[in-house]
Design a protein around this ligand. Structure first.
Ligand SMILES: Nc1nc2c(ncn2[C@@H]2O[C@H](COP(=O)(O)OP(=O)(O)OP(=O)(O)O)[C@@H](O)[C@H]2O)c(=O)[nH]1
Ligand SMILES: [Mg+2]
Length: 415
């Protein structure tokens, strides 16, 4: 059982920041990491101080407030990334462990990781971040709270040399897992499976939608980063074409680069999908930013597939004012409530429309003498076959075949 920690939150408001939104998101992150905010301070600044992040006077004020507090703070969390120097200085001046938002996000990922691959990916990201930003001797917090936990509540390696060795080992192990994953992806492609990925900001409702579409039982919760591992399930479309639907890890603003790196192979599922459903929470006033973050991460991952925007949680929508501008954009969009099921049935139809741009669904018929030839052609050109019937006259079936190859079976098409 993880202990609740007392947290002091320090928000640095830089020009162009949206303070309310940033603080709300940070607060949610702290709660998700099982921290309780005892004190919250902020300062507007044009730039970050190289030693103390905020001004010296502000640090003294925070220290004073901390001393006045009844209960002792376990950790001070800064909203901006901290350098090794800043960490050392702040720890000394505040007399308390100091971490940043990236440590916090990594910590949540560590709490969430369940699969062997997920755990290795998170540990790799944590150790890489520690090596890059933490001074020796202050490499990790001394206690056992937010920012010190490795996946599965193991303690993270705190010795730099040992951490480097561990990173090397983790990279090797992940490379092996990635080989297997790449093979599965290749097999899927060879089987001509069309892949659709549910992608989007954390807590948008991807897993809820995934479960509703595929009758799966993926963990969905009102917590940030409920999902870390990609889950793939088959989904049958109205025309009987089968596709693979993937549920993926959620994104967040300023997603730590180490995490993107470490999760590259998992995220590859999204990046290599044939169609991407960008699921967003339409009832969140920051929906525009959430969409932009998701689409920029996808671009960074090199995803080239068309994107359909799925505006979820429409049951909570009171006015569409904040959505007006987005809806003017030239992107296919659909409004659903994954929780209630409203409009969810439209999604298979929309997916099918995209597939039918690439595939033709044809009814085929061949006499017995040519049946083997037809089936061999369909297999060679990786068509999906349905309703195969043998009768006295021969074989009839329905096939979804890539438009590129439909001419190959043209003589067998029957109407
Ligand atoms: N009101 C409402 N709540 C929803 C809807 N869809 C999902 N939720 C709730 O939103 C919360 C997050 O849902 P998840 O499905 O876990 O979201 P996710 O996008 O998979 O989140 P991560 O895995 O953390 O990225 C849960 O509490 C869901 O019950 C919806 O259509 N309406
Ligand atoms: Mg999820």
């Amino acid at each position: 059982m993880t202990q609740i920690e007392n947290v002091v939150l320090v928000y640095v408001e830089l020009p162009d920041a949206n303070a309310d939104q940033d603080i709300y998101e940070l607060t949610e992150l702290v709660h998700t990491a099982q921290g309780e905010i005892k004190l919250q301070c902020s300062q507007k600044r044009n730039s970050i101080d190289v030693n103390t992040v905020v001004g010296k006077g502000k640090i003294e004020e925070i220290k004073r407030l901390m001393d006045m507090m009844d209960c002792i703070a376990d950790v001070v969390i800064f909203s901006c990334p901290l350098s090794a120097t800043q960490r050392a200085t702040l720890k000394k001046q505040l007399g308390c462990d100091v971490i940043d938002k990236i440590d916090l996000i990594l910590d949540i990922f560590a709490l969430r990781a369940t699969s062997a691959e997920g755990k290795k990916q998170v540990e790799l990201a944590q150790l890489s971040y520690n090596l890059a930003t933490k001074p020796e001797g202050n490499f990790s917090r001394q206690g056992a709270g937010i920012g010190t936990r490795g996946p599965g509540e193991t303690k993270l390696e705190t010795n730099k040399r040992a951490a480097r060795e561990r990173i090397y080992r983790l990279r090797c192990e992940l490379k092996e897992i990635e080989k297997h994953r790449a093979l599965t992806r290749k097999q899927r492609r060879e089987n001509n499976m069309f892949t659709v990925a549910l992608v989007g900001y954390t807590n948008a409702g991807k897993s809820t939608l995934f479960n509703r579409l595929t009758s799966a039982d993926v963990y969905a919760d009102n917590k940030l980063f409920a999902t870390l591992d990609t889950t793939v399930r088959r989904l049958k479309l109205p025309n009987d074409i089968e596709i693979l639907l993937c549920d993926t890890v959620g994104f967040i603003k300023e997603l730590p680069h180490m995490l993107l790196e470490a999760f590259k192979s998992t995220l590859e599922e999204a990046a290599t999908a044939d169609l991407i459903l960008n699921v967003c929470d339409a009832s969140d006033e920051n929906v525009a930013q959430h969409i932009a973050v998701t689409e920029s991460v996808l671009a960074e991952l090199g995803a080239a597939a068309p994107v359909v925007r799925v505006y979820n949680k429409c049951d909570k929508l009171s006015g569409t004012a904040s959505l007006g501008q987005l809806l003017g954009e030239n992107v296919t969009s659909v409004f659903v409530s994954a929780l209630r099921g409203d409009n969810v049935e439209l999604l298979p139809e929309i997916i099918e429309r995209y597939i039918l741009e690439k595939y033709s669904v044809v009814q085929l018929k061949a006499p017995h003498a040519e049946a083997a030839n037809l089936l061999a052609l369909l297999s060679k050109y990786r068509a999906q076959c349905r309703d195969v019937h043998y009768s006295d006259e021969g074989v009839t079936l329905r096939a979804a075949i890539s438009k590129k190859y439909v001419s190959v079976v043209a003589k067998y098409i029957s109407f």
